[in-house]
Design a protein around this ligand. Structure first.
Ligand SMILES: Cc1cc2nc3c(=O)[nH]c(=O)nc-3n(C[C@H](O)[C@H](O)[C@H](O)COP(=O)(O)O)c2cc1C
Length: 172
């Protein structure tokens, strides 16, 4: 199973839609997928509060069941979302080490996204998660203003990212 993790709280936001592009490609290749987002498990901020044990267990179980990850985040003030960081803080390297990850960033400008991708890559390294070389950065300019269709260039990059993850996971 390939787990898609969305660091945005907006189900119809750019991050979620970009992850769906990857999900469609994984499914077309015959792979099972599961999609979760920052709101799925109602997690407490790590180390604070007593509640949320069932959510923490469910989140860790989802990660444990995955052979590979696709992790996306909106760019918030030059980095990835605190909600995604909290999800990651509830993991440890014993659970995720070696599971390859594809990274996706959504930003408000064509020059955005890169800092977010780099920050995710840096944090995932501490969890011994190998982020693949191919990555996807999306912004509103990647879609046709009237039809909403993604540009061909963006769709080709999604192909590369999906193929890269399947290759790295040994599923290609
Ligand atoms: C709190 C906040 C901070 C943001 N900071 C940036 C930023 O630093 N750079 C940028 O390009 N866009 C920034 N944006 C725009 C978001 O990255 C953009 O709206 C993105 O589509 C949000 O992801 P979503 O659509 O998946 O929710 C910010 C948006 C919010 C709400």
């Amino acid at each position: 199973m390939i787990l898609l993790v969305c660091g945005s709280p907006r189900p119809q936001g750019q991050t979620s839609q970009a992850l769906r592009l990857l999900e469609a490609r994984f499914q077309q290749s015959g792979h099972l997928t599961q999609r979760v987002c920052v709101g799925t498990f109602d997690l407490p901020i790590y180390g604070l509060g007593n509640g949320g044990a069932a959510g923490v267990r469910a989140w860790r179980q989802a990660v444990d069941s995955a052979s590979a990850l696709a992790i996306g985040s909106p760019e918030y003030h030059g980095s990835f979302s605190a909600g995604l960081k909290n999800l990651l803080d509830h993991l440890d390297s014993a659970l995720v080490a070696g599971k390859p990850a594809a990274l996706v960033a959504a930003s408000g400008s064509p020059r955005g996204g890169m800092a977010t991708l780099a920050a995710m890559r840096h944090v995932l390294r501490s969890l011994h998660v190998p982020a693949i070389v191919e990555q996807l950065a999306v912004c509103p300019q990647d879609r046709d203003a009237s039809s909403g269709r993604w540009s061909n260039e963006l769709l080709m990059q999604a192909d590369c990212v999906a193929a890269g993850l399947l290759r790295q996971a040994g599923h290609a």
